[in-house]
Design a protein around this ligand. Structure first.
Ligand code: PEP
Ligand code: MG
Length: 608
């Protein structure tokens, strides 16, 4: 870690680069400030000429940090060094996790009516009259004072988080809670809160974070509700496509009680919480200029193509109806058959496993129809402090219990993945340095403890152990001997455990005949394999790797042809709808994908 000491006042500072396409937005900021608050030191964030308190969500958000922006984190005080290390690790994890809202690709469309183009929030097709909602405001008597109302709202947000904890979106409520707590600290009346929110919203308006204004409005509305204001939203009784400037995240839940078919919003952004919740609720939604849409007349909303069709012809309606049916059926088929095995038309069965990082994602994978865990990214299990042996055993046991077959990868730290308790000396090219199995050279104790925990938790289970970043057969043999020594030292029988490697360093492509003599299985990490084949850093903001390049398929084919041990693939390519058929035809029998892609991957296999 780069820590520069200022000789005069002794603050420590690090630089952090925003790599998420969504910028450093509310949810990650809330997690970041929650951790920052736990340290006994002053922590500031500096970007361009502005310096703010990094323990306050709204202050940090006011920096409007976008992708590729680099800001400084400056800590001063007792726990300054520890705080920076932990915050850096968390920040990198947050940036990694936050990749869901890249622009959705548009499909080609051909309609006769007037086309209004937009940006896709959630895919689907709707054919219904366009309509707006009306609101009614009723102020009831309230016995609560301002502070009680804030406390009640915070409690309500906590409860909402608890009840939705299993969904990916629950953190929205934690983020709103953090925002409300920091804003309310400085206010002693509703008017003061309103004033502050108006000011903050005006600042955000000019930035890419304008999507967060709805979160500010949402928390204000929640405090007002706690103070007795009832806002009733009246929607059409029949089917309708809702037009609005924006919706508050808390209003999305109300939509499910109506016959809503689609949503067109004028002022939100694809990464807003409103948009995230719309996607989660599966309502076809678009961002477009609603002022051009005639109210009450039937329109088509085709969010596969990213368009609204105004004044559609009867041909258009026919076409959209067909499309709607096709997609609806495909989705329903995939979901209803997610627990069934996936076999191709010719009867070849391909197993669809999941890539998971913890117990929660393992449980989601089960619910989504995964047949096993093809990759347990163990480095995401313990991100903040070094876990004890006991807590590791517990975590592995719980995950191994979810599926009959689990492949656990030993720590793959290094490159873009860091852990605060694993200090890797500064490297010029971290992706080419100490990473994955190479930690044996620098941190053998940590790996030994991890293997010890895995072996104890794996007793009586079908668990496979996989080493990442293997580049030579000798390296694998050494890693396996190391693992065996750990087992011997603790008297644990590991005869049932298979040992394999990730194929992600290009040298392995040329060593398969020799590896066949040593390993029990292979798993292709196409993300890193592509990075190293093209010499393009996988997180590079400008350079993009062509995931479907013939070079990659050539490499995969050569492994499958030469391998005499089972080969699976666990990189992102395995869930790419344009790659699945080719992977199956190349001879893969197991694809390991992110939990949310399991049902769709199985359905694509069924059509091969
Ligand atoms: C890969 O490299 O393809 C892979 C699955 O591992 P990770 O993305 O965790 O490096
Ligand atoms: Mg990898």
């Amino acid at each position: 870690m780069q820590i520069f000491k200022n000789l005069f006042s002794k603050p420590l500072s690090i630089k952090l680069k925003v790599t998420s396409p969504n910028g450093f937005h509310l949810r990650p900021t809330a997690r970041f400030t929650t951790l920052a608050k736990s340290f006994e030191c002053d922590i500031k964030a500096k970007f361009k000429h502005k310096t703010v308190d990094a323990k306050k969500v709204n202050s940090l958000l006011s920096l409007s940090l976008e992708k590729n922006d680099t800001f400084s984190l400056i800590a001063r005080g007792k726990e300054a060094q520890k705080a920076l290390m932990r915050l850096q690790a968390l920040f990198e994890t947050l940036m990694q996790e936050d990749r869901e809202t890249e622009q959705i690709k548009k499909e080609h469309s051909c309609y006769e009516g007037e086309i209004l183009e937009g940006e896709i929030i959630a895919k689907g097709v709707a054919i219904s009259p366009a309509s707006v909602y009306k609101t009614e405001r009723i102020q009831h008597e309230s016995t609560l004072n301002f502070q009680d109302a804030v406390d009640k709202s915070i409690k309500a947000l906590e409860e909402r988080y608890e009840t939705q904890k299993k969904s990916n979106n629950a953190e929205i409520y934690l983020a709103q809670k953090a925002l409300l707590s920091t804003l309310a600290e400085k206010c002693n009346s509703l008017e003061a809160l309103e004033h502050m929110i108006a000011e903050e919203s005006a600042t955000l308006k000019k930035t890419k974070h304008s999507a967060k204004i709805s979160d500010y409005q949402d928390i204000l509305q929640q405090v007002k509700t706690a103070l007795g204001l009832e806002i009733k939203m009246h929607f059409d009784q029949g089917d309708f496509i809702l037009l609005a400037d924006d919706l508050l995240p808390s209003e999305i839940a109300l939509l499910s009680k109506t016959r809503i078919q689609g949503v067109i919003l004028k002022e939100t952004a694809i990464n807003s919480h409103t948009a995230i919740l719309l996607r989660a609720s599966g309502i076809p939604s678009l961002i477009a200029d609603t002022s051009q849409i005639p109210l009450s007349s039937k329109i088509i909303l085709d969010t596969y193509a990213g368009v609204a069709v105004l004044h559609p012809s009867s041909n258009d309606i026919h076409k959209a109806t067909l499309l709607q049916k096709q997609h609806k059926k495909a989705k329903e088929d995939a979901a209803s058959r997610r627990f069934e095995p996936a076999s191709t038309i010719r009867g070849k069965t391909v197993k669809v496993y999941a890539n998971v990082g913890d117990l929660l994602s393992a449980k989601i994978a089960k619910e989504e129809g995964a047949e096993g865990i093809g990759l347990l990214r163990s480095e995401f299990l313990f991100t903040s402090t070094k876990p004890s042996l006991e807590s590791q055993i517990k975590a592995y046991r719980e995950i191994f219990d979810t599926f009959e077959e689990v492949t656990v990868r030993t720590l793959d730290v290094g490159g873009d993945k860091t852990l605060p308790y694993i200090n890797i000396p500064l490297e010029k090219n971290p992706f080419l340095g100490i990473r994955g199995v190479r930690l044996l050279k620098t941190h053998p104790k940590i790996l030994a403890e991890q293997l010890h925990a895995i072996f104890l938790a794996a007793q009586g289970k079908k668990v496979k152990v996989m080493f990442p970043m293997i580049s030579t057969v000798e390296e694998f043999r050494q890693a396996k001997s190391f693992a065996k020594e750990v087992a011997q030292k603790h008297n644990i029988e590991i005869g049932q455990i298979d040992f394999g490697i990730m194929i992600e360093v290009p040298s392995t492509l040329f060593l398969i005949p020799a590896f066949n003599e040593a390993v029990d299985f292979y798993s292709i990490g196409s993300n890193d394999l592509a990075q190293y084949l093209f010499a393009i850093e996988r997180t590079h903001p400008l350079l993009k790797i062509d995931a479907l390049s013939p070079v990659i398929f050539f490499a995969l084919e050569s492994v499958v042809k030469q391998a005499t041990k089972p080969v699976s693939i666990c990189g992102e390519l395995a869930a790419d709808s344009d790659a699945i058929e080719r992977l199956v035809n190349l001879g893969f029998h197991t694809l390991s994908v992110n939990p949310k892609s399991v049902a769709q991957t199985k359905e694509i296999i069924r059509h091969v």
